[in-house]
Design a protein around this ligand. Sequence first.
Ligand code: PLP
Length: 379
Amino acid sequence: MRNIPYGHQSIDDEDINSVVYVLKSDWLTTGPKVPEFENGISDYIGCRHSIAVNSGTSALDIAVQALNLPKGSEVITTPFTFAATNNALLYHNLKPVFTDIDKQTRNINPDKIRKNITPKTRAIMFVDYAGQPCKIDEIREIAQENDLWLIEDACHALGASYKGKKVGRFADMTVFSFHPVKPITTGEGGAVVTDNDDLAHKMRLFRNHGIDKDAKAEFGSDADWAYDMVELGRNYRMTDIQAALGISQLKKIDTFIAKRKDLATRYCELLGDMPQIETPVTMEKITHGWHLFTILLSSMNRGKFFSFMKKQNIGVNVHYIPTYHFTYYRKNVPTNPAHFPVTEDVFNRIITLPLYPGLMDEELGFVVDMTKAAYRQIT
Ligand SMILES: *Cc1c(COP(=O)(O)O)cnc(C)c1O
């Protein structure tokens, strides 16, 4: 059996041809393909603005920057995510206030959000873990009652929906990633979507050095050569090469998700007879993006299971090590893990099994067989 990774991009000839087309054109970096990709995302989601950048991490960074919160403001967030989610708060001297998760979905628990609100709280940054939308109605209600901004890290959840509406239509700003393992890819890439004109304007400035080409009054109205720098921005621009791939990939997002769902359903059926394993639970009234397929092990040492599967060339993984365990966080945001009993329990027992649109049925069967073999062979 070949090596089976936990996630993998799906690239076809149409994707390749669209990139080659750009390579033969006049524009390599930001040209006509970037706005075309942005319009494609906005149309797909049904939102006003889409700002494409060079990674999901950059997208989180400009989203947080756009809020312009006072130093030391508290932002309620989940520790059960990729570090980039929480790092975006540290870039802007904000305090991540970690909040425990729900065991079934691994998403932030709204009841625990309420308990963590203080007079310094300004925003909630939540993650749709594995592509399953959070309890968005509850989170929005808390935000409204307490006058808080909402940033949704939907890096797993492009194409997922909640009560019939696409993820991207709920928070003040929603962030996507186009890394190869994510729902669609541009190699590296990311985007923020929003309906807020002011935030969109600011984020467009932040991704390009803070340069405003329309603000040149200082040099006279006939100074066509002039531009102004009005904010401290960076170079987070997406290239046309990436955007062309994104345009082509976006056409296939619903097919990708349908394939992921089929495979996830098959896993649940085949692993369902194992009392030692908890397969993932899908909430009602949502469409799951199935970025990750994770199980919880019981009566089994996770380290031993991990090594056993790795020996079979199966790319199991642990999503995620809670952020507060990392050295940088222990130094700068000291946090007692005992305050997060659900996060700790899930972290200690979770394993990601391979899931991506190109995973073959016999490969999935092999992963299931080896999962069962692990329980027979490891004591
Ligand atoms: C992948 C990911 C990111 C970062 O995206 P990049 O495009 O890799 O920078 C942020 N948050 C979450 C939850 C992710 O999974």
